[in-house]
Design a protein around this ligand. Sequence first.
Ligand code: TMP
Length: 237
Amino acid sequence: MEKNTELYRGKAKTVFTTDDPEYYIMRFRDDTSALDGKITRQLERKGRTNNHFSFFIMRSLERSGISTHCVKLVSDDECLVKKLKMIPVECVVRNLAAGSICRRLGIKEGLRFKKPVLELFLKNDELHDPMVNESYAQAFGWATSDELESMKTQSLRINEILSDLFAKAGLTLVDFKLEFGVDTRGNLTLGDEFSPDCCRLWDTKTMERFDKDRFRQNLGHVVDGYEEAARRIGCPL
Ligand code: TMP
């Protein structure tokens, strides 16, 4: 499949059209950012690591019955994906307290919740991705009630599948963010990526971080941590 024009350039990925209107090519760049893009840096090997990591996770989810946009890897830093109409609401699932929920509720990092917490955020950098709820999403037309129901069910199912996958590798899936879209046939489909950029992964015994908090909090070589997480789950790089 031929890559055509650049359609969209985000903070860490670029999406290109292809000669087939039903498919895009998503390129993972080495760019990394924090604080809504205020801090940016180039991290060698990050693009290829996240591309392989995300593809490996999406493939595992597909095997467990989750529809994802990933079709195949087309190079070390590019993946062929199905075209989706993205829903501008991000789903965050949390198993343990970390990040913004600690600041918001004044709770201690590491607290394990009695059941997973599911939150919705509007995808909007200028507004710093404010937290929203289902009523907002329907009132503003961001998602229908059926789509929201399906996003919730799939997010919690993905949490079960991936918590188990990471646990087998000695990693605790603390939290993560998902983005969904609707494919050309009208099916709700997992889009974007699943990489250490958009989740928190802790070593189950030592609590060492293998995710983007290494960058946000200066906790050591960022990509080495991502590669270690990939190695542990058996993801080829
Ligand atoms: P938070 O603690 O900053 O709210 O983030 C929770 C999890 O979701 C964390 O793993 C990072 C991820 N996340 C993103 O990757 N992008 C986002 O825009 C948001 C809101 C969260």
